[in-house]
Write a protein that binds this ligand. Structure first.
Ligand SMILES: *Cc1c(COP(=O)(O)O)cnc(C)c1O
Length: 248
């Protein structure tokens, strides 16, 4: 079944208006300045045409979670979209295999899912090489992904190991520590998870006062994340619709 492109664009515009309104309302409730919470649309599993629609609607940051899919989509958008698409900052949200670090360094402004020293080293080396090759012009921005259930098998660094990992990023070249990211554990109350996260972040900020980004909140829980200090909500489903079940 194909969807009429105009109809799809209208669908996306309507959804974007709704999500922006939700975000504004969440900021009002939390008594926060809406300018302090960015909306990061997540385009994984959706075609470059959908990403282009979001770009035309003013989105300048987009999130992806698989390297190969993202590389192809970024290239397609640059081809279709010229200057505007060239200015988009693409964010890597998914688990990163170290052998993909070099490829990611070519298209990502920011990686949200950094959770091990070996990955820090791989990304730093990749970013250095990309800078030297003229493939990027700024350091790779890094967020450390925290594990909130203490089960590192699901991704994320456990809180005890956060200080050492943060120091490793600070000491590396060609990467910039910008903040923290977390996903609430499946089947738990996101509000409780975000409260825990806010406490950990307060301690982290005392050591790293310039690393103020907090990437937290998705389609289902962005209001709670905004209440607990999120500076970036990552929204896929509420903008573009349902993905295949296995997409996370
Ligand atoms: C896919 C994904 C999202 C988007 O989730 P939705 O529930 O569809 O809004 C957010 N964050 C990460 C890390 C993702 O992989």
């Amino acid at each position: 079944m194909t969807v009429d492109p105009t109809e799809r664009a209208v669908q996306i515009r309507t959804a974007l208006d709704e999500v922006r309104a939700r975000l504004a309302a969440a900021c009002t409730v939390a008594q926060r300045d809406p300018a302090t919470v960015a909306l990061l649309p997540v385009t994984k599993y959706f075609p470059a045409a959908d990403a282009m629609t979001l770009i035309e609607l003013g989105c300048r940051d987009l999130g992806e979670s698989r390297e190969q899919e993202a590389s192809a989509k970024v290239a397609a958008c640059r081809e279709l979209g010229g200057q505007e698409a060239g200015r988009v900052r693409w964010h890597m949200l998914g688990r990163v295999q170290r052998n993909k670090a070099r490829a990611i360094s070519r298209w990502a402004s920011t990686v949200h899912s950094v959770d091990s020293a070996r990955l820090v080293d791989a990304l730093a080396a990749a970013s250095r090489a990309a800078l030297d090759a003229g493939e990027r012009s700024t350091p790779l921005r890094v967020l450390l992904q925290l594990s909130l259930d203490g089960d590192p098998a699901r991704g994320g660094v456990v809180v005890d190991e956060l200080p050492a990992l943060a120091d490793r990023v600070e000491q590396a070249e060609a990467v910039e520590l910008v903040g923290l990211m977390a996903v609430p554990p499946l089947g738990t109350d996101p509000d409780a998870a975000f409260e825990t996260l806010a406490g950990i972040r307060a301690g982290f900020l005392r050591e790293h006062p310039d690393s103020t980004e907090l990437s937290a909140g998705m389609s289902g829980d962005l209001e709670s994340a905004v209440r607990h200090g999120s500076t970036c909500v990552r929204v896929g489903t509420a903008l573009l619709g349902a993905r295949p079940i296995a997409s996370r």
